[in-house]
Design a protein around this ligand. Structure first.
Ligand code: AP5
Length: 192
């Protein structure tokens, strides 16, 4: 199964992706995590990307696409994937469609986790206190939300036009949201 998780910063994409990995046994591919890994390794690309991410802006499309393509060519992806953080604008959505067509792995479902701005701010403020992620400062979060509204929100229409989009409410306990996502995927939520 090939799933794209969409949603604003702090909507719970990463959290739900981790649960879906356990349930479905397919890899979680997060472009944000790939970029943070590259930064932690101190590569030139990683450090440059960090400068951009720390301001809440999008890293250039070609940089992220190269990184993603490399990941999509790894053998574990043959079983499917949960993509989180990509695509983030219409150009990325089109690139992804082409890449996935080439490898014969088209998207099956795009799930948008919907949540109001107030909850986003609360969740990210909590994460900032607990984890200190560099792009979780108040000013950067405001910019990430603006970038999301301007560039990423239109991606939902891209998938809606293809009949692949479902919106899921992202409020409430993590397990309840997982249940909503699993029912979109037609998967029973057991206690395993
Ligand atoms: P990325 O890492 O993708 O960040 P994001 O989209 O802003 O998402 P977050 O990680 O903040 O939130 P999430 O939706 O995953 O929520 P989470 O589960 O963590 O991208 C970071 C940056 O990298 C971008 O700004 C950009 O610069 C760059 N980048 C990445 N991809 C790119 C691309 N394709 N093109 C260009 N640039 C790119 O949850 C948030 C918090 O809430 C957590 O603490 C969690 O524990 C908590 N939480 C989750 N669910 C619940 C719940 N139900 N109740 C209470 N708390 C909850």
């Amino acid at each position: 199964m090939r799933i794209v998780l969409l949603g604003p910063p702090g909507s719970g994409k990463g959290t739900q992706a981790a649960r879906l990995v356990e349930k479905l046994g397919i890899p979680h591919i997060s472009t944000g995590a790939l970029l943070r890994e590259a930064a932690a390794q101190g590569t030139e690309l990683g450090l440059k990307a960090k400068e951009i991410s720390d301001k809440g802006e999008l890293v250039p499309d070609d940089v992220v696409l190269d990184m993603l393509e490399e990941r999509l060519h790894q053998p574990d992806v043959k079983a499917g994937f949960i993509l989180d953080g990509y695509p983030r604008n219409l150009a990325q959505a089109e690139s992804l469609e082409k890449v996935l067509e080439r490898i014969g792995q088209p998207v099956d479902e795009a799930i948008l986790i919907d949540i109001d701005a107030e909850q986003i701010v609360q969740r990210i403020a909590k994460r900032a206190r607990e984890e200190g992620r560099a792009d979780d400062t108040e000013e950067t979060v405001r910019n990430r939300l603006r970038v999301y509204a301007e560039q990423t929100a239109p991606v939902a229409d891209f998938y809606a036009q293809r009949g692949l989009l479902t919106r899921v409410m992202g409020d409430g306990p993590i397990e309840e949201i997982l249940q909503r996502i699993l029912s979109v995927l037609n998967i029973e939520h057991g206690n395993d």
